[in-house]
Design a protein. Structure first.
Lengths: 118, 118
DNA sequence: TGAATACTGAACCATACGGTTCAGTATTTG
DNA sequence: CAAATACTGAACCGTATGGTTCAGTATTCA
C-alpha cells in the first residue's frame, strides 16, 4: 500500500475541471475583473460566479480583494507551476512507455532485416 | 457573453483531481495492472478501484481490456497533451502578467534615476 | 466437478457541486 | 437622504462523487 495524497493538486485540478472557471482564468489573464463583470460575461448570477471565484481562490489560483462595494479578482502569484510539473513529468513517462514500445518494434524489424531470407 | 465548454478537459482535469487516480496513473507508468493489484496497492475495494479506473477511462487517460477473468489497465495513447497545452499556455500568460508588472516597476525606477535630485 | 479467483452491478450512504432564488448589508451617487 | 449598485449568505434543488456492502457471474485450477 502507498499513501497518495496531495491536497493542493486535488484542489487546483478540481478547480480547472470546470469550463466556466477556466474561462474566468482566461479572462483574468487579460486583466482584473469584478464579480459583476464576470457574471455578465459568463451569463450567470452573481452568487454563481462568486462561488466559482471562491473555488479558484481556495485552489490558490486567484486572489480577490474588496474595495468599497466592488470585489476585484486577479490571478494568484502561485501560478500553475505545480500543475505544469505534475503534467509534464507524467506526460514524459506516458510517452517514454510508448517510445519503449516503438523501440521494441523497431528492434524486431531490425532483427528481421538482419536475418535475410535464405 | 462567451460560451466556454470543453468536455474533454473537464473530464481529464476532474480525473486528475483525485489523489488515488493520480496514483493509478503513476502506477500504470511502471506497467499495466489488474484491478486486484491496484486494489491491493491503494487499500481499496475492487469496486472502488473499478470506479476510479472507469473515471480515468471516460477521460481517455487509461484503456482497459479483459482477458479471461482479469481486466488489465494501461495508459491511453492519447496522453496528457491537451492538458499540458492548456496549462502551459495559461502559465505563460500568468507569468507574462507579472513580468509586465515587473517591467512597469522597473520603468518607474528607471524614471526615478533619470530625474536626479536637484 | 467443485473450489478459488477476479471481476461486476445494484443499491445505498454521506457529502460536495453547480446552479438558482430571495432577502439582506454596505457603499456610492444624485 | 433616497435610490441605485455590488456584493453576500442562507436555503434549496437535482445530480455527481467516493466510497461501501452484498449478491451475483465468468474463468481457471486441482
Amino acid at each position: 500500500m502507498v499513501q497518495y495524497s496531495n491536497a493542493p493538486l486535488d484542489l487546483s485540478f478540481a478547480a480547472l475541471s470546470d469550463a466556466t472557471r477556466r474561462g474566468i482564468i482566461g479572462q483574468l489573464v487579460r486583466g482584473d475583473a469584478s464579480i459583476t463583470s464576470l457574471a455578465d460575461r459568463f451569463q450567470m448570477t452573481l452568487t454563481g460566479i462568486k462561488k466559482h471565484v471562491q473555488v479558484l481562490e481556495r485552489a490558490g489560483l486567484v486572489v480577490t480583494q474588496k474595495v468599497g462595494r466592488v470585489r476585484t479578482s486577479q490571478l494568484g502569484k502561485r501560478g500553475l507551476k505545480a500543475e505544469a510539473e505534475w503534467i509534464e513529468a507524467h506526460r514524459m513517462l506516458f510517452e517514454a512507455r510508448f517510445d519503449a514500445l516503438d523501440e521494441i518494434i523497431m528492434q524486431m524489424q531490425q532483427e528481421d532485416s538482419d536475418e535475410p531470407a535464405r
